[in-house]
Write a protein that binds this ligand. Sequence first.
Ligand code: ADP
Ligand code: MG
Length: 324
Amino acid sequence: MSLGEFDIIARYFANHDHRADVLLGVGDDAAVLDVRGAGRRLVVAIDTIVEGVHFPRSIDASAIGYRALAVNLSDIAAMGAEPAWMTLSLSLPEAAEAWIAGFASGLLELAEQHDVALVGGDTVRGPLVVTVQLAGWVEEDKWLTRSGARPGDVLMISGIPGEAAAGLHVIQQHMPLTEAAAQLQWRFLRPRPRVALGRQIRTVATAAMDVSDGLLTDLQKLCAASQCGARLDIDALPTSTAMRELFDAEAAIDYALAGGDDYELIFTLPSQRLPELLAQRDPALPLTKIGIITAGSGVECERHGATFTPRRSGYDHFAVGESP
Ligand code: ADP
Ligand code: MG
């Protein structure tokens, strides 16, 4: 069934704006939020996902809704901030109710998990493009940036980089859905934004960033912002049983370094603070030391004690030869 713009908003997006600090939510010309709160700063992020660029045409609508918010939560996590309010701009080729219902369920399921209110948006006809803007807050004395890494700091990563890219490969190649394949596919469809980890490392990390375009590319950005280099220990990269079952070591390294879509956090901290961090960590989320920050520039990879040259570095929307 096809719905009008007003019905879409009323049915799917109008009643998810409940938080005590939402003074006026969906339904008026704009939302009004209570952003006071002594000792807090407002943090704002926005991300757009485009069909055919960020996700294949075939994936489930609920996964698209979920991912549209997950990518933003990941940015907020990388700042050490707590998410609170989002707006949604939805461009749809058609108003197919089943699709919209699925999309809304994925988006709002994740919003509820993180206590995020949907306070407004826009709904238009056009190519399938979803933009979510997410705002939240962080304590005024300390938020995380990409620019604070110092030579000698240890370089950490959460989770298992490469699993999401391997999962995308599973989807695109229509690989048989064994348990391992399904697990990897799920990592692409349902990335877990590391909001709790971001909050936890807020006071110990010197720099942090979320990995969306690929570990190498994103680490290069962190190094450039911090005006330092990094030595990445390829042997230390965590791998999962599912990865090992379906891909050889070279492919696993390639996915980990250049795959993208992980939405894990990379962060740096002085090595003497590592025990304190590890003592408080969530046992369900691996945190792995994968390298060290150096006084140089750029990222050097080392494997079995020798320099290692990766096959590719990561995703760049405007790189020559890249097209969706
Ligand atoms: P306007 O013409 O003033 O932009 P709209 O008709 O576009 O208003 O939207 C009406 C109300 O519904 C506004 O409060 C807007 O923020 C909200 N809204 C529109 N689309 C969405 C959406 N996809 N998700 C959440 N709120 C939406
Ligand atoms: Mg509008």
